[in-house]
Structures are given as C-alpha cells and as structure tokens.
Design a protein around this ligand. Sequence first.
Ligand SMILES: NC(=O)c1ccc[n+]([C@@H]2O[C@H](COP(=O)([O-])OP(=O)(O)OC[C@H]3O[C@@H](n4cnc5c(N)ncnc54)[C@H](OP(=O)(O)O)[C@@H]3O)[C@@H](O)[C@H]2O)c1
Length: 357
Amino acid sequence: VFQLLLMDGARPRPNICVTAVSDSSGGISVSATCTCTSGLPLSKILSWKQAGNRLSDFVNQDSDSEIIHHVDTMQMVKAVAKPSDIVLDATPVNLTDGGVGLACCRWAAQQGVHLVLANKAPLVLGYRELLHSSQQFPVSRLEFSGTVCGGLPVVNVGKRDLASTSRLDSVQGIFNSTSNYILSRMANGEDPADALAHARTVGIAEADASLDLQGYDTANKLVIICNAVLDIPAKLCDVDREGMTHLTLSDVKEAAKSGQVYRLVATAERIENEIEICDNDVDTEEEKRMRICSRFKLSVRPTLVPSDSFFGQCVDTDMSVVFISDEFETISMKTNEKGVFPTAAAMLRDCCSILKV
Ligand SMILES: NC(=O)c1ccc[n+]([C@@H]2O[C@H](COP(=O)([O-])OP(=O)(O)OC[C@H]3O[C@@H](n4cnc5c(N)ncnc54)[C@H](OP(=O)(O)O)[C@@H]3O)[C@@H](O)[C@H]2O)c1
C-alpha cells in the first residue's frame, strides 16, 4: 500500500495521510500535536522495513516531525484512531480468536472508525458483529474487497451489481492462487514442494501455507461471500472442506489422460425447494442460523474439470469466479495476480470508496 501511495501516476492517489503504522514489533505514529499534514515519512519507513528492520527500532533522522512509539498495534490504534479515520488491516490470518486484527476491528467499528481489510479472519469470525457495530452511531464503513481474490472485484460485483437479482443460484470459484499454482505446475510434472517455494517467493502464499493447501483460505473466502453477497450467516463449520495435499503427481497424470485437470473449487449452490423458516419452528439462534445456511450447499474440494473449460483454463496464479443468477444468467470473471500489488490496490480502492474519491 505504501508503495502504491508513493508511486507517481497520472491519476491522483487518494488524498490519504498515513498517521500510524505497526508491525509485529509495535507501532509508530506522528505526534498528536504535529501540524505537519504529510503524516509519517512513508518512503523512509518502506526502506526500513524492506531492509528487514522492526518498526519498534525505527528512528526518524533529519525530520521535523516527532515520531511516537507504541508497544503494540492495539495500543497504537486506541491511542491514534479517531472517528472518520480508516484502519487498514493486513495482519496474518488468525482463525483461533481473530488475533490482533479482530480485536482492533471490534474496537474501531465501535468508535466510528472505518475499516478496510485484507485480513479475512475478522470477517470469518465476526462479520455480523462488525457490520452491526459499524451501522450503529457513530456510523462507519466496513470494506473488504481485497479479501476475496485480491484485485478481482468478487465482493463488489456480488454485493452491488447482483443485488437486484431475485435469485442468485450459485457462486463457484477458484479463490486461492497458491493451490491453483501448485495444481497447474503439477500438471506439468513439477514437484508440489518446488511450486510452493515459488509461490512463497512471489508473496502469494499465506504465512501459514497449510491455510492455502488444506482449503481453509478458500473456505474463508466462501464464508465471506456467503455473509456479504448471499446474506446467509455461514461459518467455517458449515463448509464441507477438503484440501489438496493428498493429490499426487500420478493422480494428476491419470486425470490428464481423460483431458481433465484438478482445481480447488469452492461452491455455494442454492438447494431447491428451500423451506420457509419461521421463528416458531426453531428453538435456538444457532438452529435458526443453521436452517438459513442450509439453503445453500457449501463445499471446497479438489474437483476434476475438463482442461479446456473455464476453470480448466485458470492456470498458475489465476483466480476466478462464476455467478449464476436468474436475471443475469452466467457471469464469469478471472484475474491473474502474480504478486501482492492487486490486493494493495484493492485496499486503496476501498479507501477511495470511503473517501468518495
Ligand atoms: N499476499 C496476498 O496476495 C494477499 C491477498 C489477499 C489477502 N491477503 C491477506 O493480507 C494479510 C497480509 O498478507 P501478507 O501476504 O502481506 O502477509 P505477510 O507478508 O505475512 O505480512 C504480514 C504483516 O503483518 C505484520 N504483523 C504480524 N503481527 C502483527 C501485529 N500484531 N500487529 C501489526 N502487524 C503485524 C507482520 O509484521 P512483521 O513485518 O513484523 O513480521 C507483517 O508485516 C493476510 O491476512 C492475508 O491473508 C494477502
């Protein structure tokens, strides 16, 4: 995000003043009394981090703006963020308790601070809660277009452009570029461990790669789509998930003989003859939630598809989605993301949307 903000482009970058930033070692912010409107020295901080340093050790030499150090992210956000500010969360996914991401998002949403997320965990564990908080006074915005397929506007198209359709029948996709990259390289005879090493080099693999390979990252994205696009309160436990680590080079070779390839496909498919749910029919909130979710069959699994099909043609770092609805029929979208910039651009897109640039 800092690199994009610093880039000289023909189009003006959103008028964002970065006043605080943190990493795993702690945070830094401009002094509250600072009159400087340019915020933190982004290029110096970028070089500092790119050289492998910790923010807690950052010293701002030859500058008139005073830097304040904070012991951790939560303390920094509480000290610095004010209503109408934007907190951008790109911390690692923590599905155990949401980690620092969910804690900061909870606090920020209650204070009227806008949120822009690349981190999926706060949404997977607390989408309804965060949305509710953000809608209470002081109202704020909850934006997360980069969480599902980075720059591919899956969430935006689903939430905005398909909102008018009376019936969204299915959402299917290849949502994880690391597993797709490995599966396509395996089809060329490459060892999966070598393919994963390359995915790590370009920065697309999760810090914990089992999230990619066991299908959790894909399932996380499906849960976000369920909540934000299909309006069903799904949780990870509702997704029938199977990873791809058991697939071997010989499985992939065998599939190729019949013109097929494996893809890790996420599916949310409407079940016909859905039952109307009335409050009297169910005992607990959890039962009600499960009944609403049972309107869709949710799965993530390695799937054999013809190699010349839309999904079969999604190779290497491609990601894709197919929406099927009654009025718009079939809409297919695909992206090829070779690095981290499209997700950073999606975070800036969300900031622009909040700032209405
Ligand atoms: N990479 C992508 O293409 C992509 C696409 C969509 C979504 N995402 C999501 O974006 C997030 C970041 O991905 P990434 O690839 O940039 O991961 P990453 O390279 O592992 O970077 C994670 C960053 O979070 C920092 N961090 C860790 N704990 C922190 C804490 N307590 N407070 C503040 N910062 C903390 C780390 O600090 P240190 O520098 O000190 O280690 C590091 O800078 C993840 O949630 C991921 O799922 C990534």
